[in-house]
Design a binder for this molecule. Structure first.
Ligand code: ZN
Length: 182
């Protein structure tokens, strides 16, 4: 078969990066996405931490994503975030992702912190999780996310917190799918 050079735009819209393995354990997360060393921020009541090794420089990137613009995410998930948001935009559902009163997008990606109320690192620290439209989708309640958002993120191998026993509708993470509610 004849070899055809692909146009450069292909590289931009569909980055030529294989999808990373989906981690099944926190050990997998460190192996696939990088080891994080950190210390607690003593003054923080919301579980903020400071990363103390070179994790961020090596692994986090700020990229221009469809709909929501510049966001900090893990470099290995650029194709997944791009594909999910691009499909939402092409599906005519861009307006289903909302802005906050301050004008910023309600699309929270990387944040260096512990799990809410927990003592282990949140997957947001690795830039492999996102909270969407959080004001209307508080943890523990049935929220108001457009099912198309859920479908498109699941298609890119994100697990949705709305499927969990203790539901967290705003939250998506690139991690094993947990048992669903009966
Ligand atoms: Zn979250």
């Amino acid at each position: 078969m004849e070899q055809v050079n692909k146009p450069i735009i292909e590289l931009v819209t569909k980055p030529n990066t294989p999808n990373p393995l989906i981690p099944q354990t926190m050990k997998d997360v460190a192996e696939i996405f990088g080891k994080i060393e950190y210390r607690r921020v003593a003054s923080s009541t919301s579980g903020a931490i400071s990363i103390t090794n070179g994790f961020g420089i090596k692994n986090l990137v700020v990229v221009e994503l469809p709909i929501v613009g510049r966001k900090c995410i893990h470099r290995l998930l650029v194709p997944n975030f791009t594909a999910a948001l691009s499909a939402i935009e092409k599906g005519g559902k861009a307006s289903s992702i909302h802005r906050l009163p301050n004008g910023r997008w309600s699309f929270g990606t990387q944040a260096a912190r512990l799990k809410r109320g927990g003592t282990t690192l949140s997957l947001h620290t690795w830039g492999i999780a996102v909270d969407i439209n959080w004001p209307e989708n508080p943890m523990g309640q049935i929220g108001h996310l457009d099912p198309f958002i859920v479908e498109r993120f699941k298609a890119e191998d994100f697990a949705w917190g709305g499927d969990w026993e203790h539901r967290d509708d705003m939250h998506f993470e690139y991690f094993k799918t947990r048992p669903r509610r009966a």
